[in-house]
Design a protein around this ligand. Structure first.
Ligand code: ATP
Ligand code: ZN
Length: 289
């Protein structure tokens, strides 16, 4: 049963952010039954409940303290101009809001659009962008299929969410200016919350941090001649001290460590040329530093 002390987490009920948000919660150790078709889902092993709603409602729910924290795109929080605290960037749901104009038309960039009509689902951010750049535009609010507005003659240009640009292209538009770069974030209410809730949030953040770090890392194991040990240890700038184990052949050692995924190929190439053999790479499920 819901009580005041229950930490309430908002997430998108069905959309691009849902699966990854749910995945992070489960990876952080929360146990709950199927969330599909339910608005409120209790977490069985913590004093937490999930509130599944439209992403547009999340910033205000968190701002008003109806929910304590929420998973939502930075684009939505910014458009709602919600007064909340961003507690973690989550690295998924990456997209951008861009100005796009008809290809080959008279308008070549945002700079030329002073005094025109811009179709958008983001009227606040669009107006703000043009104002900040010393221009005035009329925003025409459209909630879906913004791209067709210039063809319908209701606007000269659009300002909308873009990921690959395929939809713009299909509608004869070209992207000219990025006005906002977005990813999903965890936001927290600025309303006062109990020490117990804050403790739960901190615990949850620590666990999510572990999952994020694990996703960005790989466990690496290799054999190496003892002579190369020093050089190899200098190549793997490990998160903590690497493990060096003796092998049956006393001229050889086994070295285990953790490496960041973005340096993974350069590191393995260097290790090979330093004499490492039998290099094995494993994914890491979680990491608590
Ligand atoms: P709702 O019914 O909850 O209002 P929606 O249609 O507004 O859903 P989605 O299309 O599911 O929203 O997008 C949710 C969020 O995902 C967007 O606000 C944005 O932060 C992010 N997003 C949008 N498009 C992409 C994309 N192509 N790739 C990655 N992330 C995206
Ligand atoms: Zn939405």
């Amino acid at each position: 049963m819901e009580t005041n002390s229950t930490l309430r987490i908002a997430l998108q009920k069905s959309g691009r952010l849902t699966e990854e948000s749910i995945g992070l919660l489960r990876q952080a150790g929360m146990k709950f039954d199927s969330y599909k078709g339910h608005m409120i889902v209790p977490v069985q092993n913590f004093d937490i409940e999930l509130l599944l709603i439209r992403d547009d409602d999340i910033p205000e729910y968190v701002q008003d303290g109806v929910c304590d924290i929420g998973f939502v795109g930075a684009n939505v929080t910014a458009e709602k101009n919600a007064k909340v605290t961003v507690i973690r960037d989550l690295g998924f749901g990456k997209c951008r809001i861009s100005v796009a104009v008809p290809k080959g038309g008279v308008y070549k960039s945002a700079k030329a659009l002073d005094g025109t009509r811009i179709a958008t689902s983001y009227p606040f951010l669009t107006k703000k962008y043009f104002e900040d750049n010393g221009m005035t535009v009329e925003t025409v609010f459209i909630s879906g299929a913004v791209e067709i507005a210039p063809r319908l003659g209701v606007a000269e240009a659009v300002c909308d969410l873009v990921s690959t640009g395929g939809t713009l292209k299909a509608n004869g538009l070209v992207e000219t200016d990025v006005i906002f770069s977005s990813e999903s974030q965890l936001i927290q209410t600025n309303k006062p919350i109990s020490a117990e809730k804050q403790e739960l949030i901190d615990k949850f953040l620590l666990r999510i941090g572990g999952c994020q770090l694990a996703q960005r890392s790989r466990y690496i194991m290799m054999n190496a001649p003892k002579d190369s040990q020093k050089e190899i240890l200098s190549i793997i700038s490990a998160l903590k001290s690497p493990t060096v184990l003796p092998l049956a052949d006393e001229n050889m050692v086994a070295i285990h460590s953790v490496v960041p995924i973005n340096q993974f190929w350069t590191i393995t190439e260097k290790l090979k040329s330093a004499g490492a053999t039998g290099i094995v790479i494993l994914p890491i499920e979680n990491m608590i530093m």
